[in-house]
Design a binder for this molecule. Structure first.
Ligand SMILES: Cc1cc2nc3c(=O)[nH]c(=O)nc-3n(C[C@H](O)[C@H](O)[C@H](O)COP(=O)(O)OP(=O)(O)OC[C@H]3O[C@@H](n4cnc5c(N)ncnc54)[C@H](O)[C@@H]3O)c2cc1C
Length: 485
């Protein structure tokens, strides 16, 4: 029997964690070969399931001793291949670290382990009149560690802000295996802010303190149906331009509605070319006033049907189609790519028209479901993987959509992260100097480039991408533009 290069480290992991928390069996390893982005697949070298921060730190120190790259994984719902493992490395899965450590209502905060799901935080405080505001559609399964790494958003982030606005403190294991605390208070650089959204490249979060928000007095949800997305887009601009910041404004086009109907029979208005969901929350009087305004603005923009829900059951009925939209397209297409890009809100109608043109040009259907208030698009690029060339055309359309976002002053990702999938688009948004500067931050945390290498940055550049010690000064340091401490 041949000895594999990872056998030695795997034995050390077993001594540290116990044999049940270390996976080396090739069949079981395949469970972890991809995240939500299934067209990137790599079987990990070893999978470990630590229980505590000390165990995570111990694993990372062993990785350092053996020069092994490591990747953190929460629930694996990421849609940019951020948790794609390395065949020559270790996948550190936080699934067993899912204890809620403390709930501190007077200070409106909760401290949890990284494997706790997003929704579990809200469930823990729901009866007490509080909730955790960022709400990715994957909230039932995705973990708070993954949310921190991706700076995740959700429908209600328009009003309440993204994960970064709700994380008050972190305990992390640094890429060289130390346990340190990052907090929002205190003098010095905002390292907490740097860590949130760093996609696992600056270390592993082992404890997360989040802000708890007070449940609003009233919530009202409105569904407005329009003939087309252009009219729906006009309503969005009018609402925001009118100074109203709803808790959420979501839009679905005709194809997305068709998919949702096929999957969950949400009974949205017949003949709608676009459906807008607007949620208002806050003090009852304010919500009542805003509701009148939003209704008027939707009518003026051409809404032909309006539905209102102010009790949880009817609100859930309105949200049902939107919440199931990603998975629902599986009903109308054998395969699809979920894209994620951002444009300024005012550019929405033009960009949607261009996406429609691309769709006709390439013969690829695109369903649009998006956080309209943020200008955060989620085009679902549909294709039949059995049809020769269709996957390639879908990939092209998907890339052209990102080009459109950049051309309109937007971004290549709104909330799903860069991961392995979008690293090649980074030079379209950033200059070589910009990327080098980002690498300096990376190097400050992870000079050996062991923590989730191959993600976010486009090609092997400077110290960041190839495991191993960086030799010589960083070019920015050499040029006198940055200091090395
Ligand atoms: C149906 C569906 C709907 C979705 N809707 C949304 C949405 O509305 N908004 C949104 O923002 N996203 C959405 N997503 C994407 C995804 O759910 C989020 O990015 C989520 O934060 C990933 O969490 P996870 O636990 O699954 O992380 P994983 O996929 O396991 O990992 C994601 C990244 O985080 C890193 N990571 C994981 N844990 C840690 C840790 N403890 N420390 C450091 N790094 C870590 C990984 O290395 C990887 O880079 C959706 C996904 C699906 C499948």
């Amino acid at each position: 029997m041949s000895i594999r290069p990872l056998d030695g480290p795997a034995r050390r992991f077993e001594e540290l964690l116990g044999p049940r928390s270390v996976i080396t069996d090739p069949v079981r390893l395949r469970t972890y070969e991809c995240d939500g982005l299934t067209h990137h697949r790599v079987t990990p070298g070893v999978v470990v399931l630590p229980d505590t921060a000390e165990q995570v730190a111990g694993v990372v120190r062993i990785c350092n001793e053996h020069d092994l790259p490591f990747v953190a994984r929460g629930a694996g719902t990421g849609l940019s291949g951020g948790a794609l493992p390395r065949s020559d490395g270790v996948l550190i899965v936080t699934a067993k670290m899912r204890r809620i450590l403390s709930i501190d209502l007077p200070n409106r905060r909760a401290t949890v382990e990284p494997g706790v799901t997003n929704l579990a935080i809200t469930e823990a405080v729901r009866g007490l009149g509080f909730y955790y505001a960022p709400d990715p559609s994957s909230q039932q399964v995705c973990t708070i560690g993954g949310n921190v790494a991706e700076n995740s958003g959700g429908a209600h982030c328009l009003k309440y802000g993204f994960t970064v606005n709700h994380v008050l403190g972190l305990e992390i294991v640094t890429p060289d295996g130390y346990i340190v605390e990052l907090s929002e208070s205190g003098p010095g650089y905002d390292l907490l802010g740097a860590f949130v959204g760093s996609e696992g490249t600056l270390g592993i979060a082992t404890k997360v303190t989040v802000r708890l928000s007070r449940a609003p007095e009233t919530v009202t949800t409105l569904l407005a149906a329009f003939e087309d997305v252009e009219r729906g887009g006009r309503a969005v601009s009018a609402i925001i331009g009118g100074g109203i910041v709803p808790a959420a404004i979501e839009m679905m086009d005709a194809l997305a509605v068709e998919a949702a109907e096929a999957a969950v029979a949400c009974a949205y208005p017949e003949g709608a070319g676009a459906v807008l969901i607007v949620e208002l929350d806050g003090p009852a009087e304010e919500v009542a006033h805003q509701f009148g305004e939003v209704t008027r603005l939707c009518r003026e923009a051409g809404a032909f049907e309006l539905r209102v829900a102010d009790d949880p059951e009817r609100r859930a009925a309105i949200w049902k189609g939107r919440k199931s939209a990603f998975a629902a397209v599986g009903r109308i297409s054998p395969a699809y790519i979920v894209q994620d890009g951002v444009v300024p809100r005012t550019a929405l109608p033009g960009v949607l028209a261009s996406i429609d043109r691309l769709s006709h040009e390439y013969g690829i259907r695109v369903a649009n479901v998006f956080h309209a208030g943020d200008g955060n698009l989620h085009p679902l690029v549909l294709f039949d993987d059995a049809e020769p060339g269709a996957a390639e055309r879908a990939e092209l359309v998907s890339g052209r959509i990102l080009d459109l976002c950049i051309e309109h002053g937007g971004s290549i990702t709104g909330e799903h992260g860069v991961g392995v999938d979008k690293a090649r688009y980074m030079p379209k948004m950033f200059s070589a100097d910009d990327l080098d500067t980002m690498q300096l931050v990376r190097c400050a945390f992870d000079p050996r480039g062991l923590s989730n290498p191959g993600k976010v940055f486009p090609t092997p550049r400077l110290c960041g991408e190839a495991p191993g010690v960086r030799r010589g000064a960083h070019p920015l340091v050499e040029a006198g533009l940055a200091e090395q401490f």
